[in-house]
Design a protein around this ligand. Structure first.
Ligand code: A3P
Length: 333
């Protein structure tokens, strides 16, 4: 299958030996009490047909993961990915924040939102949107939110530059994104911390959403290291964007979670410069950079009422996006 095709839906009947991978045939139904992307209902015939031709494995929370264009997706977000590939029209000024799950997406979204809206919402503003809205509301995911119902998203309320989040691997980005000069910021986190965070996160979803037991560390580690995790293989995801950032440094900025923890001021200034909105001397002396870092810190965001009790309309509890927020790379679990 060509990796540049945007939506290679097979037109032939699936081979008989793959029929056992049809979700409805061999799976416990996934509760509606979990985020939409983990549900397996409401999938189009077209998507079901595609799934029959794809490698399928048991998921961490949802029953199935399907490998499409080399990466693993749940049933529902595979459908969303296809719709997004088909319909998303990138604008030159768009900013896409890209991560693998649990690499610090929430943090990056908060920082870029605060950075890009710093004139309209100074940090000392009691009405700053980040104080009353979760970063995933302010910077929505393309495939996990705007296209999750398999319908064309509503973009009428977005102001330019539009900010979006995505976990899509580079190969699966809509062609209009690949062909436009829009900005891509990739945040990478070391695989050990990403894995541990994902393990906790998925077990929380299993327990809360479906009353299921925990996946053992061994089972999850085996899956992760074989690349069978949401948007995995982890290294392929990272390497695609790393390569792109080397080839197109003015378009793709590659950041690391660990650097953001160690030198937050340097990294946020790098971001500002990348978007062509560097901090002025006056902003630096007035504490604008420090203010953004404080506003977006783990301590601040995780203690806000909205992030303790709120929920996305697609079902994700905001508090699941905050756990420790530390670099634990060298410590034993
Ligand atoms: P841990 O589980 O290691 O604590 P994502 O946003 O991609 O889902 O990633 C979630 C991880 O980022 C979690 O890691 C979470 O605690 C951490 N995180 C969330 N907000 C953060 C912030 N403001 N600063 C640093 N880390 C943050």
């Amino acid at each position: 299958m060509s990796t540049t095709e945007s939506c290679p839906i097979p037109t032939v009947s699936p081979p008989k030996h793959l029929e056992s991978s049809i979700p409805a045939d061999n799976a416990e139904p996934v509760s509606d009490n979990v985020p939409k992307y983990l549900q397996e209902s409401g999938v189009t015939e077209e998507c079901k047909k595609l799934i029959l031709s794809l490698p399928t494995e048991k998921g961490w929370v949802a029953n199935h993961l399907h490998q499409y264009q080399g990466f693993w997706h749940t049933t529902r977000h595979l459908q969303a990915l296809l719709t997004c590939q088909r319909h998303f029209q990138a604008e030159d000024s768009d900013i896409l924040l890209v991560t693998t799950p649990k690499s610090g997406t929430t943090w990056l979204k908060a920082m870029v939102f605060a950075l890009m809206n710093r004139d309209q919402y100074p940090n000392n503003n009691d009405h700053h949107p980040l104080l009353s809205e979760n970063p995933h509301v302010l910077v929505p995911f393309l495939e996990l939110r705007l296209y999750i119902d398999g319908q064309v998203g509503d973009f009428t309320t977005f102001r330019s530059p539009r900010l979006f989040g995505t976990h899509l691997p580079f190969v699966s980005l809509p062609e209009t994104v690949k062909n436009s000069p829009c900005y891509l910021v990739y945040l990478c986190r070391n695989p050990k911390d990403t894995f541990v965070s994902l393990w906790h996160f998925t077990n929380k979803l299993r327990k809360k959403g479906m009353g299921m037991g925990t996946n053992s560390l061994e089972w999850s580690f085996d899956k992760f290291t074989r690349g069978v995790s949401l948007y995995g293989p982890f290294w392929d995801h990272v390497l695609e964007y790393w390569k792109e950032s080397l080839e197109n440094p003015e378009r793709v900025l590659f950041l690391k979670y660990e650097d953001m923890k160690e030198q937050p001021k340097v990294q946020v200034s790098k971001l500002a410069k990348f978007f062509g909105r560097p901090f002025s001397l006056q902003e630096e002396t007035n504490g604008v950079v420090d203010g953004i870092l404080k506003l977006c810190s783990f301590e601040n965001l995780s203690n806000l009422e909205v992030n303790k009790t709120g929920k996305l309309d697609t079902g994700e509890d905001f508090n699941t996006f905050f756990r420790q927020g530390e670099v634990e790379m060298l410590r034993i679990i």
